[in-house]
Design a protein around this ligand. Structure first.
Ligand SMILES: [Zn+2]
Length: 533
């Protein structure tokens, strides 16, 4: 039995599929001599220059000069990678790719069950939203946010009723509740994890739901949004929200619009900006950039205009550059996010949007302006500070870009080169803002040593004694914590609510690395780990 990546697997699959049949699903072919000809699906043309050779099972385009075999064709047409093409074709050909070990088989089966369950849940929630009296609350929320039914249905929005609705539905269908619990949909007692919330499926680029984000419909609820836990089916930093709906428009427009929130994207699509996607609750990750790169080489980044948003934009610009993607940055003004901006524009939204996009500077220009924001460049200290910010930022770019960027920054600021020259420890993208001479002018950066905050102490305590959540959660809200502690607090709270006192040990592997680190250190620390009731 061939393994998934061996040459045997490719050969076996190739022997069983016919390139002509695969191509014909996308291109109308006509026979001329021994070859088949059609309009190339990979570039615009009016007369056929795309040739398929059935004997050789190969194809070639005289227009764009792309060529290959059945795997490269599927790779390009499905915008997948070599492995993805192999998998798709193997499925068609009925070739089993790999003799799985019992554990691998179990994991793969459990993932399949989970995906089926998530699909079922999305259908159930959608049904409740539109076809039951209970869904009224959700429908009202959508109306108040000006989300039309057509848009809501495209995103498959739904409503999770209070109580055990989904559990009862599953029982009626004779389906296992355990799968639903494992998928993070349900608590142990069968109550819905997303009860009384509008649910937004997070789907992969093919439209398969992997997880949910759920927004409360209650005014008095402190936690506006809650999210599915990470599961074998869902790794947060690998999904791009809205990509399944946006991929065609991204190809047409030649760029993707990357926003921060799911509602930003939903409102954008409703307003006709159908190439909008979101990184969905995380800072943009390497995996997400790689995924986007399969569909486009250019990103229009739209981040909130606050400090956190601008910092996130700067990081995204660097990350995209590392994958040879161009960026532009649009800054929303007069509104807190694209959702609010587009709703305020009403029927004018497409026009407002075009104007905003038209004046969006390149990612690097944005970074230069941002480095000088709030500073007075006729003051020597300020110039030095701006130069330092830029120097550190530029050092994070791929080396081939750094020289040009330094040159541009020098001209733009009108400063001499030494202020922007890379310091030895900043080369090769490892900028660390170490102690700086220039920092002594009241504008000094916060010192880097992590001090123990009250929030940190609380998190360590809760890591060691999760049962303390019983008291803590009624006394404080996540908003009261420092921003950097909030995410992990909410995650730990959700884990506790799902899995009780032992939940953290079971779910820790799904936490971001730095949070795992913090929790493991708390467990290891002798001072706090002494077991008292
Ligand atoms: Zn072509």
């Amino acid at each position: 039995m061939p393994t998934a990546t061996s040459d045997d697997a490719f050969a076996e699959v190739k022997a069983k599929v016919d390139l002509v049949k695969i191509v014909q699903e996308h291109v109308r072919l006509t026979k001329r001599n021994r070859d088949l000809w059609g309009l190339c699906p990979f570039h615009q043309e009016d007369s056929p220059s795309f040739k398929v050779n059935p004997q050789m099972q190969s194809w070639y385009c005289f227009g764009c000069e792309r060529s290959g075999d059945v795997f490269t064709f599927v790779e390009l047409i499905e915008k997948t990678d070599k492995r993805g093409a192999l998998q798709m074709l193997a499925e068609r050909a009925g070739v089993e790719l790999k003799k799985l070990s019992p554990e691998q088989k179990e994991r793969s089966d459990s993932r399949k069950r989970m995906l089926a369950m998530l699909k079922l849940a999305a259908q159930y929630y959608e049904y409740v939203l539109w076809s039951t009296p209970t869904g009224e609350t959700g429908r009202r929320l959508l109306a108040s946010r000006q989300v039309a039914e057509e848009t809501a249905r495209a995103f498959q929005l739904g409503y999770a009723p209070a109580g055990r609705g989904f559990a009862e539905y599953l029982r009626a269908k004779k389906r296992s509740l355990a799968d639903a619990q494992e998928a993070g949909l349900m608590r142990r007692d069968g109550t819905d994890f997303f009860a009384e919330r509008l649910v937004i499926p997070i789907r992969d680029e093919r439209g398969q739901p992997l997880a949910f984000t759920a927004r409360t419909v209650r005014q008095d609820e402190q936690r506006k949004y809650i999210n599915s836990p990470e599961t074998p089916a869902y790794i947060k930093g690998r999904v791009i929200f809205g990509l399944d709906l946006a991929r065609d428009e991204i190809a047409r427009k030649g760029h993707a619009v990357l926003m921060e929130g799911q509602f930003d994207v939903i409102t954008a699509h409703g307003a006709g900006i159908k190439n909008a996607v979101a990184s969905s609750g995380t800072a943009l990750t390497e995996d997400q950039v790689r995924l986007l790169k399969r569909f486009t080489d250019e990103l229009l980044l739209v981040f909130d205009s606050d400090r956190a948003g601008r910092a996130a934009a700067q990081k995204a610009v660097v990350l995209a550059a590392a994958h040879q993607m161009r960026t532009r940055v649009a800054t929303i003004e007069g509104a807190k996010d694209p959702d609010e901006f587009l709703r305020a524009a009403g029927a004018e939204a497409p026009k407002w949007w075009d104007e905003l996009a038209a004046k969006a500077p390149s990612g690097f220009e944005f970074g230069m302006e941002d480095a000088a924001a709030g500073l007075n460049l006729s003051n020597a200290n300020h110039v030095e500070l701006a130069a330092r910010r830029l120097r550190e930022w530029i050092a994070q770019f791929p080396p081939v870009l750094q020289e040009e960027y330094r040159e541009r920054a020098k001209r733009w600021m009108g400063v001499s080169g030494h202020l922007l020259a890379a310091e030895p420890d900043e080369r090769r993208g490892s900028a660390r803002p170490g102690p700086q001479k220039a920092a002594n002018n009241g504008l000094s950066a916060p010192h880097m040593g992590k001090k123990m905050t009250v929030g940190r102490y609380l998190l360590q305590l809760l890591a060691v004694r999760p049962a303390a959540f019983e008291r803590v959660r009624t006394k404080i809200t996540p908003e009261e914590l420092d921003e950097e502690d909030r995410g992990i607090y909410v995650r730990m709270l959700e884990t506790y609510e799902r899995g009780g006192a032992s939940g953290l040990e079971n779910e820790l592997a799904g936490y971001p690395a730095e949070e795992q680190d913090l929790i493991r250190r708390a467990w290891a620390a002798p001072s706090t780990s002494s077991k008292t009731s």
